[in-house]
Design a protein around this ligand. Structure first.
Ligand SMILES: [Zn+2]
Length: 89
């Protein structure tokens, strides 16, 4: 969480994001009618490797994706800034 983000889609937002996490509950459906035969009472936060499975949403363009996509975009952008080749702007 302590790494800079850059939105990989609009490439304009480094500051304003939403952290989104997913809630899940178990259900069982009837394969023919589609009726829900069982639904767990509780929704549980999804975890991955023991950590909350968090997505990030850009507040500018509403793109949402796993956090790593935003971290990678920021990293790539930084590398580009360090290398003074192919100057743009
Ligand atoms: Zn964006």
């Amino acid at each position: 969480m302590e790494q800079p983000y850059l939105c990989p889609v609009c490439r304009d937002n480094r500051q304003d994001f939403l952290q989104v996490y997913k809630l899940a509950r178990e259900i069982r459906k009837d394969p023919e009618t589609g009726a829900i035969l069982y639904a767990a009472d509780e929704w549980e936060a999804l975890t991955r490797d023991g950590r909350l499975d968090i997505e990030i949403r850009c507040q500018l363009c509403d793109h949402s994706a796993p956090e790593i996509d935003f971290v990678r975009a920021a990293r790539r952008d930084m590398e580009r800034a360090v290398r003074p080749r192919g100057r743009r702007a």
